[in-house]
Design a protein around this ligand. Structure first.
Ligand SMILES: [Zn+2]
Length: 476
């Protein structure tokens, strides 16, 4: 059975693809998600690529508890307002009603703030640079696999600093780290920028986000980095003695990237045949499909396939042989296409005789993506091709975004622009304009990109003077 095409029903294309590529499944509890091995392998590669970057910038990992005393959430004013509607609360344990209800963490600023208050005494204890990999729970009403689920997997970094400047530098550093990951690993051309007051994190002074355009022109927030100022430091008394012996509040940050990014990868790169995974994150980068009829051919072909497998794996390529019985090569081709493996290696008796193989690129279907490659030096040829595919996916996503980003001259053009993609427009930074635009067009202010054209203009909605341009779009 074929997937619905992206143009006829993008949402249903996505839903069916997630299930049929065996990335994830629905759970018995509404809104929860079961991540299947193929989806988890993809997530593991995402976590590995990020974790090494976090460590290279001086961060260490730790684990904080799943349960948070309800009273902690109430300590920071805007935090409680932002998160209360989404909390899952445990009222009973061990068969008894609890004295104080426990919240299943929606994020960990409060419990980590509590710990930092104990651990940090002096300027010598700073900075504290901790990350944790975990899952959190937010009681979402409208859910979609990977994009918005009750429980989701992510990392949350939490840092404490002596000065406002250091906290801002950390917040921006993590924006750069995430951007590097998005560009180089996920092949997603994100736009880093600043959120509006109404869209920022509950409890942050400044929120930065990376925004990406999906294959249907809608925006998806890839991840966020928050400068929390002294809000949590004051709520949790995170203080240190400075060099002159004066007690000061710390400046803190938090930053996170979740399993949503799997959804982004699907929606940025996928096509009507299914998934297309960027080689650097793909669980399998190349699948060998042996082709034979007689038993004699089978022995010959499989022996050659195993030799190639050994050579490719030895060169650090994630390779798999599809030895499933009772399935035609054609069926296997379609199956791996749907599951997005970047390269397919076809090997039949003629190829064995000529000591060559056929390599087929997932991102270029048909003849155009096929090449005949000698077996001698195969690992180098495959590596080269994988690099080419990685770059080509990024380039394609970038030109799609450019083609679907308008710079409207007036509000009429603006409305047409957000029907199909991004509108990059002057905005006066007034929350009323932002709210009216949202109500009239369903487009939200995604971010004020860090990269600005300079100069000034007139707000796309009210016509008043504006100093920066913002991205508006409908969003996931
Ligand atoms: Zn305005």
């Amino acid at each position: 059975m074929k997937l619905p095409t992206r143009s006829e029903d993008f949402s249903e294309w996505y839903n069916q693809l997630v299930l049929r590529a065996e990335l994830a499944d629905y759970a018995p509890v509404r809104g929860c998600m079961i991540v299947r091995p193929y989806g988890w392998a993809l997530w593991e590669n995402i976590t590995a690529a990020l974790d090494s970057r976090f460590k290279a910038t001086g961060h260490v990992n730790a684990a904080f508890p799943l349960f948070i005393p309800r009273s902690f959430i109430d300590k920071e004013k805007s935090h409680v307002a932002g998160f209360s509607p989404e909390l899952a609360v445990v009222t009973h344990g061990g068969g008894e009603k609890l004295e104080e209800p426990l919240v299943v963490r929606p994020t960990s600023e409060t419990i980590i703030g509590h710990s930092y208050a104990k651990w940090i005494q002096s300027y010598r204890d700073l900075p504290v640079l901790i990350n944790q990999w975990n899952s959190v729970v937010r009681w979402e009403l409208r859910t979609k696999l990977f994009l918005r689920t009750l429980e989701f997997f992510w990392q949350e970094g939490h840092t404490a600093h002596a000065t406002a400047e250091e906290a801002e530098a950390e917040t921006r550093q993590m924006v750069d780290v995430y951007t590097d990951f998005a560009f180089r690993e996920a092949a997603v051309p994100v736009i880093p920028g600043r959120k509006s007051e109404s869209e920022k994190f509950a409890g942050a002074d400044i929120t930065y986000s990376l925004e990406a355009m999906m294959g249907d022109g809608k925006a998806l927030q890839f991840c966020t980095s928050h400068n929390l100022g002294q809000n949590f430091a004051k709520a949790f008394e995170i203080r240190y003695l400075d060099k002159t012996g004066v007690l000061q509040h710390c400046w803190t940050t938090s930053w996170g990237l979740s399993t949503r990014v799997v959804g982004a990868i699907i929606m940025v790169h996928g096509d009507d045949q299914g998934l297309i995974l960027p080689p650097r994150l793909a669980p399998h980068q190349l699948v060998i499909v042996p082709i034979f009829k007689s038993d004699e051919e089978k022995t010959q072909v499989l022996e050659n396939a195993h030799k190639l497998h050994k050579e490719l794996a030895g060169a650090g390529i994630r390779v798999k042989i599809d030895q499933r019985e009772g399935m035609s090569p054609g069926f296997k081709f379609n199956d791996w296409e749907m599951r997005g493996i970047p390269l397919r290696l076809e090997l039949g008796p003629k190829d064995v005789a000529k000591s060559s193989v056929v390599l087929a690129r997932r991102d270029r279907p048909g003849k155009e993506g096929k090449s005949f490659v000698p077996q001698a030096g195969i690992a180098d040829a495959v590596k080269r091709l994988l690099d080419e595919i990685q770059q080509s996916l990024f380039d394609k996503a970038l030109s799609f975004r450019k083609a679907n980003t308008a710079e409207p001259v007036d509000y009429v053009e603006f409305k047409a622009a957000v029907e199909k993609g991004f509108a990059f427009s002057w905005w006066c930074a007034n929350a009323d304009c932002e709210a009216s635009i949202k109500e009239e067009t369903k487009a939200t202010m995604r971010c004020i990109p860090l990269e600005q054209p300079g100069g000034s203009g007139k707000c796309i909605f009210c016509g008043k003077p504006a100093n920066s341009k913002a991205i508006f779009a409908r969003a996931y």
